[in-house]
Ligand binder design. Structure first.
Ligand SMILES: Cc1ncc(COP(=O)(O)O)c(C=O)c1O
Length: 387
């Protein structure tokens, strides 16, 4: 083995020994209630396709129409010659839906978090970040070189102490997931808005798992809490409930103007494929108007949470379709996920570093496509295997 191969295989086997090695499973079906995993059809309880739009025929038809009009690729970045009508129409549609002056597309939620935080903050600044924020937020802060001030999960008294102690910075940003991606609980946005106002901070929320899921018109947690117009920066993805790909950042026109000029992950990359932007616009139309779909999703999630709780599982403070089933031990979580797959249920085990040490879990996601019997049979099977 050469030296390079030795380095790589050493690191991989160290992970293997700690039961932390990651591997793909191959799926040969679209997203939906079921998935064909390694040739077998199983019930799918780990997709973020909350509203069942990833394989929706209306989105596919819109994408097909845009493919025939615009072709496959955007050809260049938005600022060169990749700024096509579907991008502009989608941004206008998102801004109108979210009641903001302006929206700007990014190529993924990951890129959006990197792009906003690193454009806005630098060495003289501080970013206040919940300990359980998504990795893309943490990476955005690292890239910005601002001081990272991490507060314990949802501990807003802890945050206030940090805010009161750190007045020396040029600019201060508070950033939080609105729905925490591995825990399914909500940030206390009303209190965060108060703190941001009291301490003169910029407030940014990541609505990745709230977009299409929360609020009367599916705008997200800001709408759920009645905080429209009081949050400086709202970011969300088009890859989860919207069933497509890409992300948006919305707020005042000055914000999007600023990002067009300073955000490197926006400037130095080819624009989203126009057919994806067209499909996402169709998804926004559905997400903003189809209340019945959202109601069924939330009722499925409520059913799953109550069955799991009644069966004696620890599901933390989940209030959304993301339901962690806490296991603790990394090996046990992986073994349970494997056993469930054998029994016909696809649920991933989530281990460190995605979640803190000692909190390995099965991350169950419920979608609108599930039937009550699916959820019931999963909980019965889990009970049999676990207890
Ligand atoms: C909270 C949160 N923010 C951002 C992202 C990244 O979004 P995307 O998958 O569009 O890159 C994710 C998930 O992937 C997420 O869970």
């Amino acid at each position: 083995m050469n030296r390079f191969a030795e380095i790589l295989s050493g690191e991989i086997s160290a992970l293997e020994q700690q039961h932390l090695r990651r591997k793909f499973r191959s799926q040969s079906s679209p997203q939906g209630r079921t998935a064909v995993i390694e040739g077998r059809e199983v019930l799918n309880f780990c997709s973020n396709d909350y509203l069942g739009l990833a394989a929706d025929s209306r989105l596919a038809a819109t994408a097909a129409q845009a493919l025939s009009e615009y072709g496959v690729g955007a050809g260049a970045s938005r600022l060169i010659c990749g700024n096509m009508t579907p991008h502009l129409e989608l941004e206008a549609r998102i801004a109108a839906w979210k009641g903001c002056e302006s929206a700007l597309l990014f190529n993924s939620g990951y890129a959006a978090n990197l792009g906003v935080i690193s454009a806005l903050c630098g060495r003289e600044d501080a970013v206040y970040s919940d300990r359980l924020n998504h990795a893309s937020i943490v990476d955005g802060i690292i890239l910005s070189r601002a001081k990272l001030c991490r507060y314990p999960h949802n501990d807003l008294s802890g945050l206030e102490k940090l805010l009161a102690a750190g007045q020396e910075f040029r600019r201060r940003l508070i950033v939080t997931d609105s729905v925490f991606s591995m825990d399914g609980d909500l940030a206390d946005l009303p209190r965060l808005v108060q703190l941001a106002e009291a301490y003169d901070c910029i407030l940014m929320i990541d609505e990745a798992h709230a977009t299409g899921v929360l609020g009367n018109t599916g705008q997200g947690a800001a709408e759920h809490f009645g905080l429209e117009g009081r949050i400086d920066i709202q970011m969300g993805t088009l890859s989860k409930a919207a069933g497509c790909f890409g992300a948006y950042v919305c707020g005042d026109r000055l914000l999007t103007d600023f990002l067009i000029n300073f955000s490197r992950p926006f400037i130095y990359t080819t624009a989203l494929p126009p057919a994806v932007a067209a499909a996402a616009r169709a998804a926004v139309d559905i997400m903003s108007t189809d209340q019945a779909r959202r109601k069924k999703l939330l009722s499925n999630a409520g059913l799953a949470r109550s069955l799991l709780k009644n069966a004696g599982f620890d599901i933390g403070n989940s209030q959304t379709p993301i339901i962690p089933i806490f296991i603790g031990d990394d090996f046990k979580a992986t073994a349970l996920s494997r056993q469930l797959l054998e029994q016909g249920f696809f649920i991933s085990a989530i281990r460190p570093p995605t979640v803190p040490r000692g909190t390995a879990r099965l991350r169950m996601t419920v979608t609108v496509s599930h039937m009550a019997e699916d959820i019931d049979s999963l909980v019965r099977c889990l009970k049999k295997i676990f207890f």
